[in-house]
Design a protein around this ligand. Structure first.
Ligand SMILES: *Cc1c(COP(=O)(O)O)cnc(C)c1O
Length: 224
């Protein structure tokens, strides 16, 4: 299938799932097109096909796409782990950062940012040691620390599911993420609206949306 066909298939699936969302307060899902597999020309084609939110997981790839395509009407997402020493190279080009996983990183972002950066707290719900993110237990302690940082807005929670997880395991991770997001949001902490939920990739975005995802990060489904 062509890129255009893939985009229209994902868009219609997302629209269907948006109607089935469990939460009646849920808002439409934003599709973040993940372009780490392709060059800037193909990323441009994705934007022209209607996916105007673009995500990269690595700083080098992000900067490459950003510098080639920054004149296009794109919202820029950095979705992968960010090392502290690379923050200053990239952070001011980022509209949404999905992988905030430590207070030290948050402080560095706060220092280097020249505007408020929308951040998702990455939460490691599955407990996989290979995955980054705050543990559920850590969150309680870090929220007051993060609330002090005026250049960081915690817009939501991000989580990933293990590739080999069963359908049931994924559903329980998504439900847990939704519960964490609602819990933080209900606390009405300064700089922490936490109304968004970044979860779901090519393999599992329909289930993620059912559980309240407001951002899905999709790569291979577009470029297969
Ligand atoms: C690659 C990547 C995605 C997209 O994965 P696909 O399975 O290709 O849709 C989403 N999120 C992160 C953090 C990624 O690195």
């Amino acid at each position: 299938m062509t890129l255009i066909e893939n985009v229209s298939e994902v868009m219609s699936r997302v629209a269907i799932e948006d109607k089935n969302k469990l939460s009646n307060l849920a808002r439409p899902t934003t599709i973040v097109g993940v372009t780490k597999y392709v060059d800037a020309n193909q990323a441009k084609a994705l934007v022209e096909a209607g996916i105007t939110h673009i995500g990269e997981n690595r700083v080098e790839l992000f900067l490459d796409k950003y510098h080639q395509l920054h004149e296009m009407p794109i919202t820029w997402h950095l979705i992968g782990t960010l090392q502290r020493r690379k923050v200053k190279e990239v952070i001011n080009y980022v509209d949404y950062f999905h992988a905030l996983d430590s207070v030290k990183l948050a402080k560095e972002i706060n220092k280097r940012a020249d505007h408020v950066i929308n951040c998702f707290l990455q939460v490691n719900i599955s407990g996989e040691t290979s995955k980054h993110g705050f543990s559920i237990a850590e969150l309680k302690q870090v929220l007051p620390e993060l609330a002090k940082l005026e250049n960081i807005a915690v817009v939501g929670i991000m989580t990933m599911t293990p590739r080999e997880a069963t359908e049931d395991e994924k559903n329980s991770i998504f439900a847990e993420a939704k519960a964490i997001q609602e819990n933080i949001s209900s606390q009405k902490i300064l700089n922490m609206p936490c109304t968004e939920l970044s979860m779901g990739m090519s393999q599992d975005y329909p289930q993620a949306i059912k559980h309240g995802a407001t951002f899905v990060r999709i790569g291979s489904e577009f470029f297969k």
